[in-house]
Design a protein around this ligand. Structure first.
Ligand SMILES: C[S@@+](CC[C@H](N)C(=O)[O-])C[C@H]1O[C@@H](n2cnc3c(N)ncnc32)[C@H](O)[C@@H]1O
Length: 282
């Protein structure tokens, strides 16, 4: 499909702009979200028509008009074609996620990472998800593993509202516990030494919130899933750079830990990557 999109756009974009189009749209439920180097209405309409003609399930095409930014990780989206709506239900690995794409963060590109984490969770674990959004990681864990509880924190009241709806949709009532507030405060006041596993899926805050994540782990130890970005030229090893970065952050805090296991989550720009380190803390 991306080849066909590029072919349609070759009539309205320069070859340099066309080079940036690859990988430039996501489908969330029945909404397609496109990112384009040139935001002219002709280009946007051509791209939207190409997507709608190929993906019959897509009912709406939106253009991403700003980068994802701010604490709530939101972006500005403008309507191009189809139904004028921003709310949808996205399905992945047997889970359904209701989301308003202008009011909450959601990325279908994390679906395999969500499933990967779910497969790591052992029966009866207590999990703390520090940046839970509409509940995607938490619900995947509740559906595909057998956790005791997944405490799921988000500072956005709207994200928590959608999380509550998603808990109902996926029937994980007693497993996923939504908590509204700053994860540092909530962990400090209510979740000290309770967790076998802590998820930190907000790379922009991982370093700052690491001491707090560690304080949520049981005294006997547990896993931290530490998300971050790293730059690596073709001549460098991303895994080695990421491993040293995480090890240094833990060493500074005087923590005993096993060798961080690094996984590349996705590429985020030329030579930039989002990675996750799975670290066992003793
Ligand atoms: C990148 S999103 C995570 C999305 C989610 N894990 C997923 O898979 O869709 C980060 C989330 O962290 C929330 N957030 C930002 N700062 C926070 C804080 N201090 N405490 C709790 N949640 C926070 C945002 O509202 C946002 O929903």
């Amino acid at each position: 499909m991306r080849k066909r999109l590029r072919k349609n756009l070759s009539a309205v974009l320069s070859s340099e702009e066309l080079g940036k189009v690859y990988n430039s749209f996501d489908i969330v439920g029945d909404i397609a979200i496109i990112r384009l180097p040139s935001a002219s209405s002709v280009v946007a309409q051509t791209a939207a028509d190409a997507i709608m003609s190929r993906h019959k399930d897509v009912k709406t095409v939106l253009l991403q008009a700003s980068p994802v930014s701010g604490d709530l990780r939101l972006r500005r989206l403008t309507h191009i074609t189809g139904q004028n709506k921003t709310r949808t239900v996205h399905r992945e690995f047997g889970c359904s996620f209701s989301v308003d794409v202008t009011k909450c963060y959601f990325s279908p590109r994390l679906s395999h990472e969500r499933m990967r984490i779910a497969t790591r969770v052992e029966p009866d674990e207590t999990v703390v998800n520090m940046f839970a959004g509409v509940g995607c990681f938490s619900i995947m864990i509740a559906k595909h593993a057998k956790p005791r509880k997944v405490f799921s924190i988000d500072v956005s009241p709207v994200a928590i509202q959608f999380m509550q709806e998603n808990i109902q949709l996926n029937r994980v009532y007693s497993k996923v516990i939504p908590l509204l507030g700053d994860s540092k405060e909530l962990i400090h006041n209510r979740l000290q030494r309770v967790a076998d596993r802590v998820l930190m899926p907000l790379p922009e805050k991982t370093i700052e919130y690491l001491p707090c994540a560690l304080s949520a782990l049981k005294a006997s130890g547990g896993w931290i899933h530490y998300y971050d970005f790293e730059h690596a030229k073709k001549t460098e090893s991303l895994v080695d750079k990421a491993k040293s970065k995480v090890a240094e952050a833990l060493r500074v805090l005087g923590i005993n830990f096993g060798a961080p296991l690094i996984h590349v989550v996705r590429s985020t720009g030329p030579n930039w990557f989002q990675f996750v380190a799975d670290v066992y803390v003793m």
